[in-house]
Design a protein around this ligand. Structure first.
Ligand code: GDD
Ligand code: MN
Length: 363
């Protein structure tokens, strides 16, 4: 078997039923290009990885990178590319929505050596959206305009998850990649030290036949995170911003519960304040689990354990808050500034420690 010239990276989550058909379709589309197919699976409950391994036992061009305890489309693509040695790499969805028959044209275009990356585009002349709803089409177009500002590279379809590139071009972007969310093309283009030379090959987005889409309402939030990270990620980690934002929401939650219990239900202040604190910490925990640590979201038993450790972390955070604020107030005065300093200390403490104990990466 000749070494692969082209590695096709396929992020897959719960795509078991699509795997065999995809392998066959790629084989048909790339008759005379030595290729390999690397599925990157995040421990899908439907056994996608097992399916790939079974095929890999018959066909050595196919294999799987099986990740555990993590989620995320963009990071899956990055790790898949890094697990291969082919000079050309492609990224393609597992669900057959990307038209694999243009792989050959993309490869030929890239082989001419005057571009770094070829995008499979739904908006270029000859491409199309297939059966997308008007609402999703509009959202996609808006995101496209924002993207153009960010990358300063004209791409008609920067949201595309279908592309092929030279490995050396990818490697130049690697150190600056955010790898959050879905928008891997945008990430690669915005992280390139010099603007990428890009070509496009049109295709028509197909309907998904099996399995279901993993894009939910949170992709907008992930997209915002990516844009933010590209703009200010150099100065503040986006995860910290998200954590602090959730903390800000927690203040509102606290006051809402406090008002309810103290004013409306006529509880003692101490009782009301205690209740408000418990509810606010819990709400912070759940919001962070959804928004800040989406890629390491805790579920089931881990969720209960996480909640407990988060409470502990926050208890120490509160102690640090009071300690620092009190020390500053006694030695320097300025009650409001002292309080603010205490808050900053506890937010940083809670962020660092919960990252360590509550959402610790599985090894
Ligand atoms: N490993 C891994 N981990 N794979 C994932 C994850 C994840 O957390 N989430 C999604 N995938 C895989 C899916 O299994 C699929 O192969 C591919 O990523 C795309 O996911 P879909 O759920 O099918 O997304 P879509 O069809 O709604 O979105 C597609 O079109 C968009 C066009 O605007 C994708 O190509 C997007 O990248 C693209 O932006
Ligand atoms: Mn899809």
């Amino acid at each position: 078997m000749p070494p692969a010239r082209l590695a096709i990276i396929v992020p897959a989550f719960n795509e078991r039923e699509n795997v065999p058909q995809l392998v066959e379709a790629v084989g048909r589309a790339l008759q005379d290009v030595p290729w390999e197919l690397v599925f990157v699976d995040d421990d899908s409950p439907d056994g996608t990885a097992d399916e790939v391994r079974a095929i890999a036992q018959r066909d050595a061009r196919v294999r799987v990178v099986h990740r555990y305890g993590r989620r995320g489309l963009a990071s899956a693509c990055v790790e898949g590319i890094l697990a291969t040695s082919a000079p050309y790499v492609a990224i393609m969805d597992a669900d057959l929505q990307h038209d694999e028959t243009i792989l050959r044209a993309m490869f030929d275009r890239l082989s001419m050596d005057d571009v770094d990356l070829v995008v499979g585009s739904r908006y270029a002349q000859g491409g199309g959206m297939g059966e997308w709803s008007e609402r999703r089409q509009r959202a996609s177009r808006l995101a496209t305009r924002l993207a153009l500002r960010l990358t300063r590279t004209p791409i008609s379809d920067p949201m595309s998850g279908f592309m092929m590139m030279r490995r050396d071009a990818f490697m130049r972007s690697l150190p600056s990649l955010s790898s959050v969310g879905f928008k891997i093309l945008l990430d690669i283009a915005a992280s390139a030290p010099t603007p990428l030379r890009i070509a496009e090959v049109p295709y028509v987005f197909r309907e998904r036949q099996r399995g279901e889409s993993k894009l939910d309402s949170l992709v907008l939030w992930e997209y915002a995170q990516l844009l933010l990270d590209k703009m200010i990620g150099r100065y503040v980690p986006i995860r910290f911003l998200s954590f602090a934002l959730v903390g800000g929401i927690g203040v509102f939650v606290h006051f809402a519960v406090l008002t309810l219990a103290f004013k409306l239900l006529a509880q003692s202040f101490a009782t009301a304040q205690t209740g408000a604190t418990i509810v606010a910490i819990s709400s912070n925990f759940f919001l962070n689990n959804i928004f800040t640590y989406r890629d390491q979201r805790l579920r089931g038993w881990d969720l209960a354990k996480g909640w407990l450790s988060f409470n502990l972390v926050c208890a120490f955070g509160a102690a640090a808050n009071i300690g620092v604020a009190d020390w500053l107030f006694t030695h320097r005065g300025y009650w409001a500034l002292s309080a603010l300093a205490g808050i900053v200390v506890s937010v940083v403490w809670n962020y660092v420690m919960s990252g360590f104990f509550t959402w610790r990466k599985k090894r």
